[in-house]
Design a protein around this ligand. Structure first.
Ligand code: UDX
Length: 459
């Protein structure tokens, strides 16, 4: 998300020269492509922003050293995935890329610089960065700030233009305070003072993990209630609405679903859990871990309900997936619930026929391959299992002669489909499992479908 953020900074601050660097030359070429549809990130509004600023004060380059040397302020926005090896495997954030950045900056810099942590990092990473940077030995002064990114995918540009807040953490020393002020000045080009919060560096680092943990917790909480709703004939959307009108709770992030996905929630909570264990706080760690356990349960519960409803087996049956992205309006599939639901159904012998308006066949196949590789499956088994996953660019083909349709992403377009026609061309009884509660139960039932949504005792 470094690209969109820096593009917006460039657009809003015409006097600042912004250079986005990446070692990946293909990615940089895509950022520089004349055809703005070819940008490497799909975000509504991004192409317009890049179109306006690129070549004026916004540049994309793979000459990392030159950009480091020239900069007064450097944003580190590399990814910090969950470690897949060694100490902290499956829990801790992998800081390899952040460390490499710091080492490169330390090596190349010959003038004082402000280093801004944009990536989501465990609390106290600024300390590590400072140690690496200070070992440079060139007498260069580095001031490390934390400025976490709160934007959500699909609404990134709007979130940047109209941020609820930006958070800037720094050392409470004269140098630290001066560095904080320089970054406040950048954001002040388009945000009001009350939208810009400043804190000490550790609070800022921890606030990002805390915000994501709280947001994910709300989803797991409503998803937990969705299971109880299904057992008691309560309706989870009605319950969510009823509690959301309490101004202390508020209406947002209470949409029951097949489970949250995305590059942040799971990774950040696992990271938080790991940190709590590191600081010997097992009760706190277990408390937050439950958010992930509930989310895994929700994905599993959805897959299991498909199997049970289809007379206890999906072996040899065609299940059409509408949607693969972790939410609508993005082509991002990281940790998407669809991946885990597909895995479970494929294990039971189903054929999964996928259509997503934005996600490519290659991506969908590689998502599944990655899961199976992590589980240590042999290449032969992986290839065999991949035969059970068929991807289409035409939704009509995906649902043709299916036994059931499962909605995995809440793309608006799915609501406008000709469900009568879809029904005609399916095996009967024809089932729809709405993992996002976007379709109208009464309409679908009238057409003839057996219909099941999340947190409702229908069918
Ligand atoms: C999230 C945070 O919102 C953002 O502030 C942070 O910077 C990065 O992580 P993002 O992952 O882009 O952003 O998406 P978000 O809109 O938060 O949705 C995450 C997941 O939760 C999606 O799978 C979404 O479908 C799901 N979700 C969201 C629900 O299931 N129910 C809801 O009510 C809201």
């Amino acid at each position: 998300m470094g690209g969109p953020t820096m593009s917006v900074i460039a657009l809003k601050c015409p006097d600042i020269k912004v250079t986005v660097v990446d070692l990946n030359t293909e990615r940089i070429a895509a950022w520089n492509d004349k055809d703005l549809d070819k940008l490497p990130v799909y975000e509504p509004g991004l192409a317009e922003v890049v179109g306006q600023a690129r070549g004026k004060n916004l540049f994309f380059s793979s000459d990392v050293d030159a950009a480091i040397a020239a900069a007064d302020m450097i944003f580190i926005a590399v990814n910090t995935p969950t470690k897949t090896y060694g100490e902290g495997k499956g829990m801790a954030a992998d800081l390899k890329f952040v460390e490499l950045c710091a080492r490169q900056i330390a090596e190349v810099a010959t003038s004082d610089k402000i280093i801004v942590e944009k990536s989501t990092l465990p609390v106290r990473t600024a300390e590590t960065l400072q140690t690496i940077l200070d070992s440079n030995g060139n007498g260069v002064h580095f001031e490390v700030l934390s400025n976490p990114e709160f934007l959500a995918e699909g609404t990134a540009i709007d979130d940047l233009f109209n941020a609820d807040r930006v958070l800037i953490g720094g050392q409470q020393t004269p140098n630290g305070k001066a560095a904080i002020q320089s970054l406040v000045d950048v954001y002040s080009n388009w945000l009001s003072p009350k939208q810009i919060l400043t804190t000490n560096v550790w609070s800022s680092e921890l606030s990002k993990l805390t915000a994501n943990a709280f947001l994910a917790q709300r989803i797991s909480s409503i998803n937990a209630m969705s299971a109880l709703c299904e057992a008691t004939e309560a309706d989870v959307d009605e319950v969510a609405h009823a509690i959301g009108t309490d101004s202390r709770i508020g209406p947002k992030f209470l949409k029951a679903s097949v489970g949250f996905g995305g590059s942040c929630f799971q990774k950040d909570i696992l990271n938080l859990v790991y940190l709590c264990r590191h600081f010997n706080l097992p009760e706190v760690a277990n408390y937050w871990e439950q958010v992930i356990i509930m989310n895994d349960y929700q994905k599993y519960r959805f897959a299991k309900s498909i199997i049970t409803t289809l007379f206890n087996t999906v072996n040899g049956k065609k299940i059409a997936f509408l949607g693969w992205a972790f939410k609508k309006d993005t082509n991002d599939t990281r940790e998407s619930a669809a991946i885990y639901v597909a895995e479970h159904l494929i294990e039971d012998g189903a054929e999964i026929h996928v259509y997503d308006p934005k996600v490519s066949k290659t991506k969908i196949k590689s998502d599944m391959r990655y899961v199976w590789e992590l589980k240590g499956l042999t290449e032969e088994r992986i290839l065999k299992k991949l035969e059970q996953l068929i991807v289409y660019t035409d939704p009509k083909k995906a649902v043709h002669k299916a036994h059931a349709i499962a909605v995995l992403t809440e793309w608006d377009i799915f609501k406008t489909y000709d469900w009568k026609n879809i029904y005609k061309n399916m095996h009967k009884p024809a089932f729809v499992f709405d993992g996002r509660n976007i379709l109208k139960e009464t309409e679908l039932k009238k057409v003839g479908f057996q219909f099941k949504a999340i947190g409702k005792s229908n069918l």
